[in-house]
Write a protein that binds this ligand. Sequence first.
Ligand code: APR
Length: 173
Amino acid sequence: MKERVEIINGDITRQEVDAIVNAANRSLLGGGGVDGAIHRVAGPELLEETRKIGGCPTGEARVSRGYRLPARWVIHAVGPVWKGGNYSEDRLLASCYANSLKAAVEIGAKTVAFPSISTGAYRFPLERAARIALEETKRFLEGDTFIRKVIFVCFSQKALEIYKRVFEEVFSS
Ligand code: APR
């Protein structure tokens, strides 16, 4: 199971995987952070497609093509804004990961790269988010034989260290 998960420090727009996951907002019309980077690299056709999708509720995911990205698909997941922890944030973040992995299987994506959803502008505490991401991914992979590799793309050394530590805790139990 551990061999199906990888944790790296890098830029998600450069990952040569079948699908990358975008930390989008409910409009799916782009934004800053990883959303901005993905739209910048994918080019204007991405926005043309996501505009037609017509939005996505928090906790869910929608699929588009990747256009000029190396990845064939972009799975746009809408994470929760952190409001202190009593507004179902944990459950909504977990469902972002479950719904993104479910969408990956549906489109036939065997390799999937995730950013750290909600931990930037949406201010979700990083370690708490990493634990949710890794626990939910482990739960999904235990019931799936299709997905070959899930890569967590950290954007800082600090995030990498947190993800690696939490990975050891979650995947060695
Ligand atoms: N590759 C990988 N990770 C990245 C990249 C990148 N190129 N750019 C940023 N990140 C990381 C950030 O360091 C953070 O850990 O992605 C994580 C998510 O941060 P945000 O992009 O701010 O996403 P989020 O917190 O989910 O907020 C979403 O921000 O960009 C807008 O339109 C977006 O409204 C939405 C909100």
